[in-house]
Design a protein around this ligand. Structure first.
Ligand code: SAM
Length: 248
């Protein structure tokens, strides 16, 4: 049984490992600004109660969730709710996903520092920022140009230099940068898009919510083995905004 005290010291070690070398803007701000200290406290509490206590174990994922300033990815009017246990509106009828779902989807992809990842559905850029310190390169594609532009600006400003944002229909993936070690789709598709399967490397993994807007959606984990054979596994029921673009 892990005591609360040892968990807190584990979290503070992770904070120092995760924040200092990677995102100097965040660490400078946290030393200088009491608002940011307050957000750091909120973020630490969020990671403890919403992420660690629900079973996420990957220390790289936990470190990223501790380091990324989620309050800088939400519209001003939702800043006070940035660390709540729920998705939040980001404009254009879209949402930033619930923190737990972001952490869980990242963990199941089994990523490491050599991974090249495609995200479909950039939104605010938060999921891409979580991936950034864990992997080698993130490509993220967004169908709404205004969201893509603001996420790209935000990610560069915060120092997430290994993330490239593209504007387009992610149903078709991003052929120019394929194949990918992992693909994460953050909008619900009616079916698994064949172009994404084609752009997944052998031994690669994809996580995607599948189901209609008003139906139960399932989060599905897809494995491509070393011969290119596909297996799928239902992980849990979820609710995502729909993948638009290519009609079903
Ligand atoms: N990952 C985002 C984040 O961290 O803020 C949240 C994603 S939000 C739940 C889903 C996003 O997928 C929206 O921004 C939406 O515009 C985008 N989207 C929907 N259909 C798409 C498509 N065909 N191609 C690319 N992006 C799409």
């Amino acid at each position: 049984m892990v005591s609360y005290k040892s968990l807190l010291s584990f979290l503070s070690i992770l904070i120092s490992i995760a924040i200092l070398p990677i995102h100097p803007l965040v660490s400078c701000a946290s030393a200088a600004n009491s608002d940011d200290t307050d957000f750091l406290d909120q973020r630490t509490a969020m990671v403890k109660s919403q992420i660690v206590e629900r079973g996420v174990k990957d220390t790289h994922v936990i470190g990223a969730m501790l380091s990324v300033p989620r309050h800088k990815f939400v519209p001003d009017k939702y800043i006070a709710s940035a660390y709540d246990d729920r998705p939040l509106p980001i404009g254009y009828g879209q949402t930033i996903s619930q923190p737990y779902i972001v952490a869980y989807m990242t963990e199941v992809l089994n990523l490491n520092k050599t991974s090249k990842v495609l995200e479909v559905g950039t939104g605010s850029g938060f999921q891409a920022a979580i991936l950034s310190p864990i992997v080698k390169q993130v490509y993220t594609i967004e169908i709404i140009p205004e969201l893509a532009t603001s996420a790209s600006f935000r990610l560069k400003n915060l120092g997430y230099d290994n993330v490239e944002v593209g504007i387009g229909d992610g149903y078709y993936g991003w052929n120019k940068h394929a194949p990918f070690d992992a693909i994460i789709v953050t909008a619900a598709a009616g079916h698994i898009p064949p172009p994404l399967l084609a752009q997944l490397k052998n031994n690669g993994r994809m996580v995607i919510p599948v189901g209609g807007s008003f139906m139960v959606q399932n989060l599905i984990l897809i494995n491509k083995d070393k011969e290119g054979n596909i297996t799928t596994r239902n992980l849990l029921p979820v609710r995502f905004v729909p993948l638009t673009g290519k009609p079903d």
